[in-house]
Design a protein around this ligand. Structure first.
Ligand code: SF4
Ligand code: SF4
Length: 132
């Protein structure tokens, strides 16, 4: 059932970096166009980017690599994204993903994201596609 007045959620990112680490089993989907932007941003070769930073998850999906502890390879020592301005869409749209659109899922995600439930009320026509 839709919510009266449309979807409204409180959210303000604190920059804690928790959504970029820890789960191990997730993928950080990255398209070829996004990979090109990252490659240009880092000033590295295509083959180096592919070998060092990307892996094939399944037939349709390529993902940013993660360290064995689950940290994204682009997370720096200060828990900041090294490619923030060219990060994949999946990262840019978190936590406004379809699977987090229900109140229950949104509430459960507060265990991971401390920005959920704080900050200004954000009204959304629709949640953006994404997963992590
Ligand atoms: S690319 Fe950047 S924003 Fe996305 S998971 Fe990695 S560190 Fe986080
Ligand atoms: S877990 Fe939430 S508050 Fe922390 S960096 Fe990610 S989006 Fe921002």
């Amino acid at each position: 059932m839709s919510e009266p007045g449309g979807l409204k959620r409180r959210f303000a990112c604190t920059g804690c970096g928790e959504c970029c680490t820890g789960r191990g089993s997730y993928v950080i989907e990255v398209s070829r166009a996004e990979q090109r932007r990252i490659q240009r941003f880092l000033g590295i070769t295509w083959s180096w980017l592919r070998r060092r930073y990307v892996f094939r998850f399944d037939d349709e999906t390529e993902s940013v690599r993660m360290h064995p502890n689950g940290d994204c390879v682009f997370l720096d020592d200060d828990r900041r994204c090294r490619i923030y301005s060219v990060r994949p869409k999946q990262c840019r749209t978190y936590p406004f993903w379809p699977e987090l659109a229900t109140r229950k899922a949104w509430q459960e995600e507060t265990r991971r994201c401390e920005g959920i439930g704080s900050g200004p009320v954000i009204s959304l026509v629709r949640f953006q596609p994404g997963r992590k």
